[in-house]
Design a protein. Structure first.
Length: 259
């Protein structure tokens, strides 16, 4: 009888373990959300701190961003009492975000790392670091090559009858927009590498559709290029075609390393 009573007691106790298990799972999800909140907070705090530090050099940054215009635009104007302040804040936030990028990348990596396999961690690391390097390269190309050419063409339209007078906010939006677009376009090889590794894309497909890709790249260059002259279109298309050919090489290397 005591043995039978003990067995029945254990049988009754088993269902009581299920709520505890569910509560443990629920707490685990809450802990993940708490970790996400903490890491996002650290990223925002870092951006806030670096933006505050960059605000002291915002005047120099605006002068640096004004250089591609050369002597065609010696000074920028503002047409509302708050426009100059907003422009300084915009430059400070952009500069602070660039300075905080290593911290942001680390926080993203630290949050995703426990849930990834060893191979997925490698793909994520390649995408983060090589993607960042190519983004900087694309932004540098826009600053050193594309922007001087675009601004020289746009600011000389109507000369000598029209004098260019640009507001600081619109000029910064144009310059930062071109740099951001070129930086994103330079992510193509990294995206192709990741898609090849996961089996979505193959180098054979990229070679077979080279003609269609060329048409798409020319269309993208025409949309991205803010001018209508042929020279600007050619100078924007050549790097994109080079990136596509580089993507084929990257895809071939990635396919050979696939298990």
């Amino acid at each position: 009888m005591p043995g039978t009573f003990a067995m029945s007691l254990r049988t009754v106790e088993r269902p009581l373990q299920t709520p505890d298990h569910l509560e443990s799972t629920r707490l685990t999800v809450v802990e993940h959300l708490e970790e996400l909140r903490r890491r996002v907070g650290l990223c925002l705090l870092t951006v806030f701190a670096t933006s505050g530090a960059t605000l002291w050099f915002a005047d120099r940054l605006i002068g640096w961003l004004q250089r591609p215009a050369g002597t065609l635009l010696p000074r920028l104007a503002f047409f509302s009492p708050t426009e100059a302040l907003i422009a300084y804040m915009k430059v400070a936030v952009v500069g602070g975000s660039v300075l905080a990028l290593p911290v942001i990348l680390y926080q993203v990596w630290a949050f995703l790392r426990p849930g990834l396999t060893v191979r997925e961690r490698l793909y994520a690391l390649v995408f983060v670091w090589w993607g960042s390097a190519l983004f900087v390269l694309g932004a540098a190309l826009a600053y050193g090559v594309c922007l001087p050419l675009f601004l020289r063409f746009l600011l000389t339209i109507g000369s000598p009858h029209l004098e260019p007078v640009l507001s600081v906010s619109r000029y910064l939006s144009f310059v930062l927009g071109v740099m951001l677009t070129c930086g994103l376009l330079f992510e193509l090889p990294v995206v192709v590498f990741v898609l090849t590794r996961v089996g979505i894309m193959t180098p054979h497909t990229l070679r077979r559709r080279r003609g269609l890709a060329l048409l798409v790249l020319v269309s993208v260059a025409a949309v991205v290029t803010p001018t209508t002259d042929v020279l600007s279109l050619i100078l924007m298309t050549i790097p994109l075609v080079g990136l596509y050919e580089l993507s084929i090489v990257v895809s071939s290397v990635s396919a050979r390393r696939s298990p």
